[in-house]
Design a protein around this ligand. Sequence first.
Ligand code: B12
Ligand code: SF4
Length: 517
Amino acid sequence: MRVLLCYPSLLPGQKPKYGLQPLGVLYIAALLKQHGIEVKVLDADVDGLTVEEIVDRILDWNPDLVGFSMMTPQLMTGLEASSLIKQVRPDIRIVLGGAHIDSTHEDVFSMDDCFDFAIYGEGEFPLLEIVQNMEKHGTEDLEKSLEGATNVIYRNAAGEVVKNASRPFIMDLDVFPRVDYDMLDVSKYSIPTMRGKYVISMMLSRGCPFRCTFCDAPQVMGKKFRYFSQERIMEDIQYYKSKYDCDNFVFKDSTFTPNKKWVDALMDRFLDAKLNIKWRCNTRVHLVPHPLLTKMHEAGCYVINFGVESGDPQILKNIKKEVKIEDIYDAHARCRQLGIRTYATFLMANPGETDETAQRTIDVACGIRPNLAMFFVSTAYPGTPMYEEAVKNGYVQERWWASPYWESKKNSAFELRWGWTSKGGLKIPGFDSEKWQKKATRAFYFRPFFVWDTIMFTLKNPYFFRHLWNLGKEILPIYKIPMPWRKSKVNELHRKYERCPSAPTQDYESRAAVASK
Ligand code: B12
Ligand code: SF4
């Protein structure tokens, strides 16, 4: 059995400057490989592949089963690629999985029939079970392979959508084999907040117990924290460090520090082993007490991404962020004092947002002086409490993801990629989110302190010049500064995808002929 797992492009045809390894498909691939199954991973996003290029690469490898991993922005691209594959090679089985499926389950079956089945929740063991069944029974008799498999949704012979029983989340993450980054080209993965030509991303835990209304993470990975053992974490880091000659790591855990004792013990291990790595994590401002933060810094913590979201206490309440404005200031000040760099993310257009609350967010963003900041529009991702609220109040269209994701044809690639105009962005009456995003970005990045601080940092750390250049090139087009040397294919591509995903798109007959040879 040959299985190809694809992470579709977020913005087809537009190669991003930055990216992180897609861990979902890598974990599934690692387990399949451990069981002797031939498996390939295609990260179409990091290469900015168009849908046709994705299909070409998949057909070239001639798999028996293709899996598409989908966050909501990747849904249409995944469906479109599935539809093209099915036109040419209806015998190839197609499975969908990922955050969008984890939160919407059978919904996708009402959108299209260009795929064979979907898996919700943690995909490793359910997919392994099905692939092993397929090895026994062949891929033709699909129902036989899916019968009794957990977390699977499919159409039976009568055309009814069947959802099998689910399995609980895996509590002991050590059962998962180590991810093999050789399945991708490690050198393609970097982010602007980190040093080094490339980074290795890892997830040391899964799950998040917090209740932020805009976030899909608790739906995707559950509300309970689950960990890899610290012995395993140490082995993996040391292995990757020496194998890839890389000392820059990104810990993608939803929230890194809620269990302070656990982190404290892990930091002791980092220090005892003289790991000497630089790493980045995500956490909340009230979860970094000073002794722990100091130890994290000593153990190589280079950047923390704080989800600040808003500078207005009532908005923070509305979105159930449950942090205080004092904590936001305090955490950033202590990081600066210790020399930990900070990246703060904000949401605009939250329920209750007004010009005054947005101005407060800008004031806080500039006041806390993070090293980088990003201002997103609150998006009603399916399955989140924010989605329910937004539909009820008419802030978004119900099932907005069933039509093309991108809202406008006029935006830059940066704006599209980061959801400035997605259909799921909240439209709060009387609030112009695009105007405020631009205002906030300008207020933050054109501040004398930011400019001075960044110049000084870049002089001491010349590696940052490359990122500064890239970020400048991404951010400046937002203000419509003419950049004649910069060609954008985005508008054109956009128009192309504004149609039903299963509509035939181009003549694939010649390819069919090639495939049948
Ligand atoms: C790290 C991360 C990122 C990183 C890296 C993305 C990457 N290449 O991996 C960055 C920072 C770039 C990112 C960005 C975005 N992200 Co993000 N991200 C995450 C985060 C924190 C962890 C993802 C992860 O690596 N998980 C670990 C692996 C093991 O789990 P997994 O991916 O869920 O995969 C499992 C299952 O889903 C399933 N599965 C996955 N794929 C497949 C495929 C098949 C065939 C099968 C059968 C099963 C299956 O099995 C996997 C293994 O158990 C999650 C939150 C969370 N804690 O889950 C959000 C999350 C996935 N992101 C989310 C979103 C929306 C985004 C953005 C689109 C937001 C935006 N502003 O537009 C951006 C855009 C992406 C971009 N521009 O590149 C949402 C997705 C919600 C949704 N319904 O789509 C999440 C859930 C957080 C949230 N905000 O609610 N993200
Ligand atoms: S935003 Fe962060 S803390 Fe809040 S629920 Fe999502 S992952 Fe958890």
